[in-house]
Ligand binder design. Structure first.
Ligand code: ZN
Length: 117
């Protein structure tokens, strides 16, 4: 398994029962998982908001942000409607992990609800 995947799953374990969130970025030709703080005001067990200053810092110090990672602590590897909405509005691939599984689900922007547009 790639290192970023291991790091993302380890972070999901640390954050349980809250959702973990992080950014996947390329730096010096390496794909790196950056742990981020979940600043959702409520329902951190079912939602996430990446701390905006952290996001800006990672954007500055890496070559390119290539994805957003979050966890579903209940181990249900299905993207929610809110996840699909966020994925399309941020326009980056979304990766979903869970604390107790090695599986990672991927969601690409504008695939699932393209028919609504
Ligand atoms: Zn989610």
């Amino acid at each position: 398994m790639e290192q970023w995947k291991k790091d993302a799953i380890a972070h999901a374990k640390e954050c349980k029962p809250e959702e973990s969130c992080g950014i996947l970025a390329i730096k010096n030709n390496q794909t790196i998982y950056y742990k981020c703080k979940n600043v959702a005001d409520e329902l951190k067990t079912e939602s996430f908001i990446i701390e905006p200053i952290q996001y800006a810092d990672i954007e500055d110090e890496t070559d390119e942000i290539v994805g957003i990672v979050h966890s579903h602590p209940q181990n249900i590897l299905v993207f929610s409607d809110a996840d699909i909405y966020s994925c399309n509005s941020i326009d980056l691939p979304f990766y979903l992990v869970s604390p107790d599984s090695d599986k990672i689900e991927t969601l690409l922007p504008n695939k699932i609800d393209a028919k609504k547009n």
